[in-house]
Design a binder for this molecule. Structure first.
Ligand code: ZN
Length: 464
């Protein structure tokens, strides 16, 4: 290093030290964070809550009677945990409903297929559809196709989902589910079938939201289980052109009501400022919404309860928000922003990645608050959590709010290696949840929310 660079480095580190001195947590607040961390590791509430919502409510698709019961269940549970101002805020929405469905190969040999319509999909004509399959390895191959191969056929996308810790495999694959029908319809296809967007090899289909383009005809879209996708691909590899028959009903644009459920640990001198820790109340209609997102509901609720029970009132209000309709339209996130957008938010963050261990903490705070985010990271380090960058993606609903309202955010990355085995399937049930990592999650959320609430500096405006 040259002398000039050494001087510059010394000046920078002096400046960094001054910044750290200007923005540091009070020792008592750090000590309380450590106490919360220890208490969190002994948490039993999260499992109790997860067992409760999956057993007493189960599947709770947005806008359904079950979601409304889930909202009442959550208000009662949060009240019982000792949180203040527990309430359900209703919001209008347009609901999608699944009806009866079946699909089968009719040639070259008959095979029943395990399938699920994708969320938002139109149904088939009442008599169903039957056509040859036009097979593509993935969405990119369909996009690149300038021939008339898809015309009059059922497009099949064999888009695979890579198993990854950080969910990036799902991120790369989900475009086929969301946008495949538009690409297929542009090429004259009658319907879209996809290999399930999931990492398991079970004979279950993964549903999830898809979308249409107003300028392109709406064709039915559905997923088949991974073993059924493999069957189709083997038949194509043999040089045959399988024929597929599919028949399903759906209803769209049904007037319905979803709910955000809110409860608080009230703040003191900065009570008007909000530390928002969220999850989503709704689930898909298959399974019980155990990992998606019963686990998130359980984790953030138990973390707030831990802060409440520990007896020290935070400076800012710690607010649990369980968002309505995350899965199919973000009505809850947008409705929350419409209603509460004028309040200063110190933080928005959401637990919506299952029940795995947290392994990384990322922030998205103004530069002057970075030493505070780093200090939170240091309190999380004993939980085996590494410090990530300052470009946090704070979860689906929280990201909507972060972008729209320029609110600061954090992300507590969970290990998602196994999450997409059961995500959006009939297998998303309590039986598939490992309870062991839940207390670590509760500890990390309690430490993060507490310190955000005690911060001597606002975390915003964040870099966006
Ligand atoms: Zn979710």
């Amino acid at each position: 290093m040259k002398r000039r660079d050494l001087l510059a480095a010394a000046a920078l580190s002096a400046c960094g030290a001054a910044r750290a001195q200007a923005a540091a947590f009070a020792p008592a607040d750090l000590a309380h964070a450590a106490a919360l961390r220890t208490a969190g590791l002994a948490d039993t509430e999260a499992w109790r809550l997860l067992e409760g919502i999956t057993t007493e409510i189960g599947a709770r698709p947005a806008g359904s009677a079950a979601e409304a019961r889930a909202a009442q269940w959550a208000v009662a549970a949060l009240t019982k945990l000792g949180l203040a101002n527990a309430r359900a805020e209703p919001l209008p929405m347009k609901q999608w409903q699944r009806g009866p469905a079946s699909a089968r190969l009719v040639a070259p040999a008959p095979h029943a297929l395990v399938m699920a319509a994708l969320g938002n999909s139109v149904g088939t004509p009442p008599e169903g559809l039957e056509a040859e399959i036009a097979w593509y390895p993935d969405l990119a191959a369909l996009r690149a196709d300038t021939t008339d191969k898809a015309k009059g056929r059922i497009v099949f996308l064999d888009q695979k989902t890579d198993r990854t810790k950080d969910g990036s495999g799902y991120g790369r694959a989900v475009g086929a589910r969301f946008g495949g029908a538009v690409e297929a319809a542009k090429r004259g296809a009658l319907a879209l079938a996809i290999r399930s967007t999931g990492t398991d090899r079970d004979r279950v289909a993964h549903t999830g939201a898809m979308g249409y383009d107003i300028a392109v005809p709406r064709i039915p879209a559905f997923a088949v289980s991974v073993p059924d996708a493999e069957l189709i691909t083997r038949l194509v590899a043999r040089g045959s052109t399988p024929r597929l028959a599919v028949n399903f009903e759906t209803r769209s644009d049904v007037d319905a009501t979803t709910h955000n459920v809110i409860a608080e640990v009230p703040g003191t001198d900065l009570a008007q400022e909000i530390v928002l820790i969220g999850a989503h109340l709704d689930s898909w209609d298959l399974g019980q919404g155990a990992v998606d997102d019963g686990a998130g509901i359980a984790i953030v609720s138990a973390a707030a309860a831990l802060i409440q029970r520990a007896g020290k009132r935070p400076r800012r209000t710690v607010r649990v928000v369980l968002f309505g309709n995350e899965e199919n339209g973000f009505d809850g996130a947008r409705g929350y922003g419409d209603r509460h957008g004028s309040a200063v938010h110190q933080l928005v963050a959401e637990s919506d990645f299952g029940a795995g261990r947290i392994w990384r903490f990322a922030s998205r705070v103004q530069p002057a608050a970075l030493p505070l985010a780093d200090a939170i990271g240091q309190q999380l380090a004993p939980l085996g959590i590494e410090r990530g960058d300052n470009a946090a993606g704070p979860g689906p609903d929280a990201a909507v709010l972060m972008r729209r309202h320029k609110w600061p955010a954090v992300q507590l990355h969970q290990d998602g290696t196994n999450y997409f085995d059961v995500h959006h399937t009939e297998n998303d049930v309590l039986d598939k949840v490992d309870p062991a990592p839940l207390p670590q999650n509760v500890a990390a959320w309690a430490v993060t929310a507490w310190l955000a609430a005690q911060s001597p500096l606002p975390f915003g405006p964040p870099p966006l």
